[in-house]
Design a protein around this ligand. Structure first.
Ligand SMILES: CC(C)(COP(=O)(O)OP(=O)(O)OC[C@H]1O[C@@H](n2cnc3c(N)ncnc32)[C@H](O)[C@@H]1OP(=O)(O)O)[C@@H](O)C(=O)NCCC(=O)NCCS
Length: 165
């Protein structure tokens, strides 16, 4: 399978929203209600909300890549800085494209961007009930940093060394 990473542009927003919706319903089906997920996607993945990232991505101030397979958006990865810390904001793949290394490819590319900005570490918020994501981050050497704002969520930290995977 050939995977190409491209910068997010506003024109890709509808496809990103579709991926987010399918991935959220799969990852959080036992955690949040269908209604909650639909409302979350409608608010945070509307074309308007997604397009607000475009300027920061074009300026190189945020990392927001989509993964394309056979001309179709199958996943995306979004990183940036908030309150002087670097964060992995979102990493989502269509269910049918998981477990074939695309998440690893996107994360490595994001980490290269973080290193180019001299980041020594970054953080992610994950629901502990999302066992696949917890397993993925464990494999990528994230460690639990502490509780997050919402119940069930934790903040993970990853230390970046020059050539760590
Ligand atoms: C988490 C996610 C991005 C991982 O991407 P991926 O492309 O499927 O992961 P990879 O194929 O690169 O896997 C890397 C490692 O993660 C672990 N892993 C990934 N999927 C796994 C699964 N279903 N079960 C167990 N371990 C898994 C494995 O250790 C794997 O290494 P291996 O294949 O050599 O054993 C993807 O599963 C996903 O989109 N999940 C739904 C959305 C989500 O939960 N996002 C994170 C929100 S915080």
């Amino acid at each position: 399978m050939t995977v190409e990473l491209q910068d997010f542009t506003c024109a890709l927003a509808p496809q990103v929203k579709e991926v987010a919706s399918a991935s959220w319903h799969q990852a959080y089906s036992g955690i949040y209600s269908r209604d909650h997920i639909d409302r979350f996607i409608a608010e945070y993945y509307s074309v308007q909300a997604l397009c607000r990232c475009q300027d920061a991505v074009s300026a190189g101030d945020e990392f927001f890549k989509v993964a394309i397979v056979g001309g179709k958006v199958v996943g995306f990865c979004h990183m940036g800085a908030s309150e002087e810390l670097y964060w992995l904001y979102r990493l989502y793949l269509l269910p049918g494209y998981q477990r074939s290394g695309i998440g690893s490819i996107m994360l490595s590319s994001g980490q290269a961007w973080l290193r180019s900005r001299h980041a020594g570490e970054y953080f992610a918020v994950v629901h502990q009930g999302n066992k696949i994501a917890m397993g993925f981050y464990r494999k990528k050497k994230f460690t639990v940093y502490g509780p997050a704002e919402l119940p069930g969520e934790v903040v993970l930290r990853k230390t970046l060394r020059r050539a760590s995977p």
